[in-house]
Design a protein around this ligand. Structure first.
Ligand SMILES: [Zn+2]
Length: 117
């Protein structure tokens, strides 16, 4: 769902899906906190999640902008730990075959995430 928001910038209107999105991003924020405090190695998190994190970046940004505009939270920044992880994932390159040696997948994700307008 977050990836679809990345592609379309359309945020679900129904409460169930909005709550599911916020709960999911809360779990990712927790995972980012565990990585930041070295409970789990950040490299392991990035090795497993670098592509999904990159694919969801624009969607999370859209949700953050929407929440700011609607004053949905008293927090100055939503998912503050997740942003650190999302930024690290942007420059992460795995030695596994998921990342081509020439980084050509990055342009593909950017094109998928670009708003269609
Ligand atoms: Zn990869």
């Amino acid at each position: 769902m977050v990836r679809r928001i990345s592609e379309t910038s359309d945020i679900p209107k129904d409460d169930l899906n909005v709550r599911l999105l916020y709960r999911t991003l809360g779990v990712f924020d927790n995972m980012a906190m565990f990585a930041r405090h070295k409970v789990i190695p950040t490299k392991w998190v990035l090795e497993l999640w670098h592509h999904p994190l990159n694919e969801m970046y624009e969607g999370v940004e859209t949700l953050r902008k929407n929440a700011r505009e609607k004053n949905e939270s008293s927090a100055a920044e939503l998912w503050p730990q997740l942003w650190i992880l999302l930024d690290k994932a942007q420059s992460y390159h795995s030695t596994l075959p998921c990342c081509p040696p020439d980084n050509s997948w990055r342009g593909r994700i950017r094109r998928l995430a670009a708003p269609s307008r």
